[in-house]
Each structure stands twice: as C-alpha cells, then as structure tokens.
Design a protein around this ligand. Structure first.
Ligand code: HEC
Ligand code: HEC
Length: 140
C-alpha cells in the first residue's frame, strides 16, 4: 500500500518536473551578437539579409561565419561568433554602406524589409558578385 503511493508520487513528480523543464514557446528568435541589425529582426528577415550578402559577394555563409569548436558536437556554423575576421570586415562594410546611403542619398537603412528593396548603395554596387571587387585585372 505505502509502496504504491510512493511510486505514484514518484511518477507524478517526474511528470511535473518534465512540464516545468519544457521551455515556453518563443515568439522572437534571440540573436546573441548583433551590433547593427536590430534585435527585433525576425528569422525570415535575417535570412533574407544574410542570403543577400552571400549572393552579392558570390560566397557562402561559411565565408564570414566560423564553425563551432572541434569539441562541440554536432559541428555547425556558429553564427554569433566574431572569430572569423571576414565577419568583422563585413560589419565595417555595413557601416560604410549605411553611411554612403545616408550622406549622399539621404536614405536611412533600418535593416527592415523596405530597406532591402530601397537601399541605393548595396554591397552589390561595388562587389558585383565578387568577394574582392574587381580591380580591373582583365586590363593589366
Ligand atoms: C559577408 C559576410 C556574411 C555572410 C556571407 C553571411 N553573414 Fe551572417 N552575419 C554577418 C554579420 C556581420 C553579422 C552580424 C550583424 C550585426 O552585428 O548586426 C551576421 C549575423 C548573422 C546571424 C545572427 C547571429 C547572432 O545570433 O548574433 C545569423 C543567424 C546569420 N548571420 C546567419 C547567416 C547565414 C544563414 C548566412 C548564409 C546564408 C550568413 N549569415 C552569411 C556576416 C555575414
Ligand atoms: C563602396 C564600395 C563597397 C561597398 C558598398 C561594399 N564593399 Fe566590401 N569591399 C570593398 C572593397 C574595395 C574591398 C576590398 C578591400 C581590400 O582589397 O582591402 C572590399 C572587401 C570586402 C570584404 C573582404 C573580402 C576578402 O576576400 O577579404 C568583405 C567581407 C566585404 N567587403 C563585405 C561587404 C559587405 C557585406 C558589403 C555590404 C554591406 C560591402 N562589402 C559593401 C568595397 C565595397
């Protein structure tokens, strides 16, 4: 008898613990290391911005984003890490591009969907699908 109660108590504690440990559903993704793109950016917009950078420079995500440390499994891209110097250069390029738009074309990039369409200067303005813009090597 006592033993039975004990087992039931144990089972219900186990179930309650499980419910408590279930994280609440998240509305917004939590970005870990943004300095320019607003924190409120949703996943769809973040993807669009990043895919656009990749296309405009003719590269993949890995060009700017380093991979998790060898002891972290499974191996995957560590998007929040600033270890890859290309990501830090990209941030400076984002600042420069924002400035060019603002100063010369009176356009303020707020990293929203509208800005994706309306920016006057984009990475593509200079890069044209190359990670190092053409230095006219064809003519040398
Ligand atoms: C040209 C370099 C570059 C490329 C290519 C690139 N990213 Fe990024 N990514 C950045 C920079 C710079 C930031 C940080 C932006 C900031 O500080 O506001 C960032 C931030 C992110 C973040 C937010 C990480 C966090 O939590 O802070 C995600 C997710 C991400 N990138 C995914 C991708 C994916 C997926 C691809 C490929 C489709 C990609 N990136 C391609 C430069 C790049
Ligand atoms: C006004 C022209 C211009 C714009 C706009 C521009 N870039 Fe660049 N970018 C350059 C030049 C020029 C270089 C090469 C610099 C060098 O050779 O040292 C470069 C180099 C880079 C590099 C280093 C590539 C490598 O292989 O080392 C990255 C990453 C980069 N740009 C990302 C971006 C991103 C992302 C954007 C848009 C947010 C952008 N750039 C917009 C001119 C530009």
């Amino acid at each position: 008898m006592n033993k039975k109660i004990f087992i039931y108590a144990g089972i219900s504690l186990f179930i309650m613990g499980g419910i408590a440990a279930t994280p609440p559903p998240q509305e917004k993704p939590q970005w870990k290391n943004l300095k320019l793109i607003p924190q409120k950016t949703n996943e769809e917009l973040m993807d669009r911005i990043m895919i656009r950078y990749s296309r405009q420079l003719g590269i993949s995500c890995r060009f700017c984003h380093s991979v998790t440390k060898p002891d972290v499994l499974p191996k995957r891209a560590d998007f929040a890490s600033d270890e890859n110097p290309q990501k830090r250069i990209a941030r400076d390029m984002m600042r420069m591009t924002d400035k060019l738009n603002k100063k010369y074309f009176d356009f303020k990039n707020d990293y929203g969907f509208e800005s994706l369409r309306k920016s006057v200067i984009t990475c593509y303005t200079c890069h044209r699908g190359l990670h190092i813009p053409n230095k006219m090597k064809l003519y040398r």
